[in-house]
Design a protein around this ligand. Sequence first.
Ligand SMILES: *Cc1c(COP(=O)(O)O)cnc(C)c1O
Length: 326
Amino acid sequence: MIIKNNKIHLANIPTPIEKLSYQHNIYVKRDDMTGVEISGNKVRKLEYLVFDAVDKKSDILITCGGIQSNHARATAVAAVKMGMKAHLFLACDDDVVIEGNVLIDELYGATITTVTHEEFERVNERMEEAKRQYEKEGKTAYVIPLGASNTIGNLGYIEAFDEILDYEKENSITFNTIVCTVGSGGTYAGLWLGNYLSKSHKNIVGINVSQDAAYFKNVISKIATDTLRYLKNEKVVEPKEVTIIDGFVGKGYALSTKEELDFIKNTVMKTGIVFDPVYTGKAFRGLVCTLDNHPELIRKREDDNILFIHTGGLFAIFARTADLIG
Ligand SMILES: *Cc1c(COP(=O)(O)O)cnc(C)c1O
């Protein structure tokens, strides 16, 4: 592993950007291609968080998520690459089926503790308890919060924003609007901060896949402000400075409607790209529906270029065969 400045090297970056042929001036940044086993948006955040964990001489990475968490899977892989162990707290009310991301977690030797959705509300306490237990055994554990969306994790998407600026220069193009999925908020926060710090004046739009817009405006303004403090910047980010388009959560986090599943299948055939049912499928559908019904929320002028960040999630489809091929 190359340790460079305040991060380790885990991600294949810069990721490619492709133009979609079927929709007007829409481009996709393929952050699903940050790697193979270790892939998606969490890898960018983990480059910074795992550096901090190594710096603190940690033996174990503790984190949490839904049963098919992409973030937990990426953490399990990062742990092995760094000679550490991973302990994952995954929300699951039923028996665990070893498929999709969980298969990768198992192959990479992660310790999995399943907790019910009710218990998951106190998962931070469970992770701290586990950390104390490891300490009693003489080991150092490092807790990474849900979705790796904290002060340090957010740095990953400030860097991704810089990558987008480099691409614009090299290819003589301007992306007026950047659209991303919002699951825990760190991807949006990093992009927003990159835009703010570089004075780029792009429109940064998030589409939430859980909770609602008010919730994420609060969460994101707070974690973005925390990251600015860490960078010794005094600005306070206000909730009203965060743009979230609500209305595409559907039946709830990680639950799918028939419209969403049909959209994913049709979009594969139109774009050649697989969007996942939990995150990018909902958000990309949100983008397409909003362009149809309220284009002014995304585009100021008809020729504005839009960049959608594909944040990954491919392994989740291997746990959804019956839903996708019914
Ligand atoms: C975690 C995740 C997201 C959400 O990103 P946040 O930074 O948590 O908002 C989006 N897409 C995929 C595939 C993810 O795994």
